[in-house]
Design a protein around this ligand. Structure first.
Ligand code: DAH
Length: 343
């Protein structure tokens, strides 16, 4: 009995000397003194061994100890929660939050969007066609004879033979689809992806993007073609960039030309982009061949038209100083993240 009372005094002293500054210390204290297997409970269980006469005094002493232990706990619990409150007060709610990560537009899409908006300003509308085409839309209707080298298995990805299904090699196939619908006059552009069976390298890829244009009406001339493309170049590359047309050959146009712009990377002084010529080829164009009009059900005596097809990759590479075409299709986020917030 005496022993227990001494132990109570000892524990009281221990409680007095205990400092409770962290929530872990507080919890440890709670378990040691006030928990279901704690010292207060343990001492209370001694009551049954105490004689009747002593019970009152003993009980009072233990009760006092219990209250003492609980008070200390409550006191410190209060302090630690006020600590939390004051810590909360230190948070500046006016600070901006963490922004959520957003994606970025792909450089090819950025350049295409710019090209499209330039043509839209002068009345061209956008139409898309299928990437999987048949032989007739991709070749025959465009006046490409059966033995034309562009039809060679080496250049074209065939999906099946007889019937021939292939991945379109150019967006010119969309010209055919639109002309076949028979609504004239026609003033449209056809952006999209095209495929060629080429060895992938820093300068060439087996798929890339083109924007095709088609204008058909009565009395359309080569002068209209030139003015349309001059306007485009000025809007796209700036007023200082020079333009030149070179005679060329495409089965679906007559006459045909290729258009170069003066290299704005080196100001025509000569660099790797222009292969030291000062000029960069950006598109093929020409007056729509009468055979093509006829193949698509258009009266070639009454109507004439011009068309062009331009690559997007080369322009994007020039615009952003990209030297390897492959980075445009690898989806490496270290590359793509550089275009964040570019619109
Ligand atoms: N289809 C041609 C190519 O992929 C580009 C082209 C040239 C398109 C002349 C045209 C055109 O519409 O008139 O190389």
């Amino acid at each position: 009995m005496q022993e227990i009372l001494e132990k109570v005094d000892q524990l009281k002293k221990e409680i007095q000397d205990t400092s409770l500054s962290t929530s872990e210390e507080l919890e440890k204290y709670r378990i040691r003194f006030l928990g279901t297997k704690g010292l207060v409970k343990e001492l209370m269980s001694e009551m049954k061994n105490v004689s009747k006469e002593m019970k009152k005094d003993f009980g009072a002493k233990l009760n006092e100890f219990k209250i003492f232990a609980e008070t200390k706990y409550e006191e410190y619990k209060g302090v630690s929660s006020t600590d939390k409150e004051s810590a909360n007060e230190a948070i500046d709610y006016s600070l901006p939050g963490f922004p959520s990560e957003t994606g970025s537009r792909h450089p090819i899409q950025l350049v295409m969007n710019k090209m499209i908006s330039i043509f839209e300003k002068i009345g061209f509308t956008v139409t898309e066609g299928p990437e999987i085409e048949d032989d007739w839309h991709n070749f025959n209707a465009l006046n490409l004879p059966e033995n034309h080298p562009a039809r060679d298995m080496q250049d074209t990805f065939y999906i099946s033979k007889n019937p021939d299904w292939l991945l379109r090699t150019h967006t010119s196939s969309v010209q055919v689809r639109v002309m076949k619908e028979g609504k004239l006059p026609l003033r449209q552009i056809f952006p999209g992806r095209v495929y060629r069976n080429e060895t992938v390298s820093a300068r060439a890829h087996c798929f890339f993007h083109q924007i095709e244009g088609l204008y058909i009406d009565e009395k359309v001339s080569f002068a209209d073609l030139k003015q349309t493309l001059y306007y485009f170049v000025k809007e796209m590359f700036g007023a200082d960039v020079k333009v030149r047309f070179r005679p060329s050959y495409f089965p679906f146009t007559e006459p045909s030309a290729e258009m170069d712009v003066s290299c704005f990377i080196c100001a025509s002084k000569g660099c790797t982009v222009c292969k030291h010529t000062g000029w960069v080829e950006i598109l093929g164009c020409g007056m729509v061949h009468p055979n093509v009009l006829t193949n698509c059900g258009i009266d070639a005596e009454k109507y004439a038209g011009f068309a062009w097809g331009m690559g997007v990759e080369r322009t994007a590479m020039m615009q952003y100083g990209i030297t390897d075409i492959r980075v445009l299709s690898e989806n490496d986020t270290r590359f793509l993240d550089q275009f964040k917030n570019v619109v």
